[in-house]
Design a protein around this ligand. Sequence first.
Ligand code: EZ4
Ligand code: CO
Length: 402
Amino acid sequence: MKIERLQTLVTCPGRNFVTVKITTDQGVHGLGDATLNGRELAVVAYLEEHVFPCLVGKDPRNIEDIWQYLYRGAYWRRGPVTMTAIAAIDMALWDILGKLAGMPVWRLLGGKSRAGVMVYGHANGRDHAEAVEAVQQHLEQGYKAIRVQSGVPGMDKVYGVGKTRGFYEPAQKGLPPEEDWDTALYLRHTPELFRKVREAVGPDVHLLHDAHHRLTPIEAAQLCKSLEPWRLFWVEDATPAENQEAFRLIRQHSTTPLAVGEIFNSIWDCKDLIQNQLVDYIRSTIVHAGGITHLRRIADFAALHQVRTGFHGATDLSPVTMAAAVNFGLWVPNFGIQELMPHNALTDEVFPHAYRFEDGHLVMDEVPGLGVDIDETLAAKYPYERAYLPVARLRDGTLWNW
Ligand code: EZ4
Ligand code: CO
């Protein structure tokens, strides 16, 4: 059996997605997500110029060898563009293997460890009252876990909160928008937000929060300590993690659980964090960290240190990644939670999929492969449109972490 054809399919049904389609000489095809928000076409070029020509004629069932070939074989290792490209190939090969076996990928990985994967939704409000209301709406929809982000008085824009009520999509058409950031205001208002939410919804619901890399380690420690009375499920990206040791300072001051990793692209980005038990949840995603093959390695390593999974699941990860994440989450023994930011209806139409939301969880039936496809005719109607994530600046103009 041979790989015959490899294609990238770029579509923008509201936002950009890059999909890899691999077809075998026997006509079976597999899909992989290759979307890297704001850098989409760099991954397309990497794949088309440097990866696809090497894979034609290879046996698609040798997933591990192809992974090693693309990782070690490139000589240049790691990096978001490379690891997203490898991830897309890897996902497509697992999809093909599942179809050949007539089994879902969760079965190939080792079978179901649970009936469904618990997800957390995003409740956003321009102020605290609106955020509390959004949390209550999520509870009515069946969510058991909810991330809460709110506008901060005195700041024009805040990560996680849109200009209008409800749905939040950070990438915007055109060039990168600029947003202000004021750490002192944020640190003052965030504990107050969680006091109000906890008092409104009671003890049972899991509450989460994303600090989105904005804080220094000691500021992150302050935030996590101040949130302790409201018993969060986690604080995410409390401080940037390029220096993995930075998390030690937070740990020394707070028992609020920590999650990190949505921008990591390999096990080396989290080796010290996991080994030293400096975090509780690893958020690396199948699309940006080398696919199912590499995430399995990260998850197994994490399990040795009581670290659980909590994969990134924003709208810039296509339904192909979500399908892969559900398969992975049904199997992985040290599952924690899965982020879910629902795609718009058009995206769900372009990518018909077998996973579905039921009572706060994503579930899927016994379908071969990843359980996701692409409607190529519909996809072709929505060509790529340049879009970027915002950048953040402090009040004095200093460029900060968005
Ligand atoms: O900013 O996916 O937890 N979710 C997030 C996301 C990320 C975007 C970046 O592309 O932090 O909103
Ligand atoms: Co995040």
